[in-house]
Design a protein. Structure first.
Length: 85
């Protein structure tokens, strides 16, 4: 699962499922979503806060953290700890 999709799941599980069902699975695909796209996916005044949080999440992702998350499976934990300290 993509890092951004997991972050969206932490905001709202149903929203993450909806994003995935709409065909946005990779981080690059999710980053391409605009405010207008989110408005179409999640219409309604009651979803304003959720849309805002999702947009802030997908537009403010630190590429370094994304890379480190992906590399965790390939680098032994002790080596990764040493590299980050």
């Amino acid at each position: 699962m993509s890092v951004l999709l997991e972050k969206i799941r932490n905001i709202d599980t149903n929203a993450a499922n909806h994003v995935k069902e709409a065909g946005f699975r990779s981080d690059s695909e999710i980053r391409s979503l605009t405010r207008e796209d989110l408005q179409e996916m999640f219409p309604g005044l009651e979803k304003t806060s959720m849309r805002k949080r999702i947009f802030e999440t997908i537009s403010n992702t630190d590429p370094t953290n994304v890379l480190l998350t992906k590399l965790k499976d390939f680098i032994p934990r002790d080596n990764l700890k040493a590299a980050l300290s």
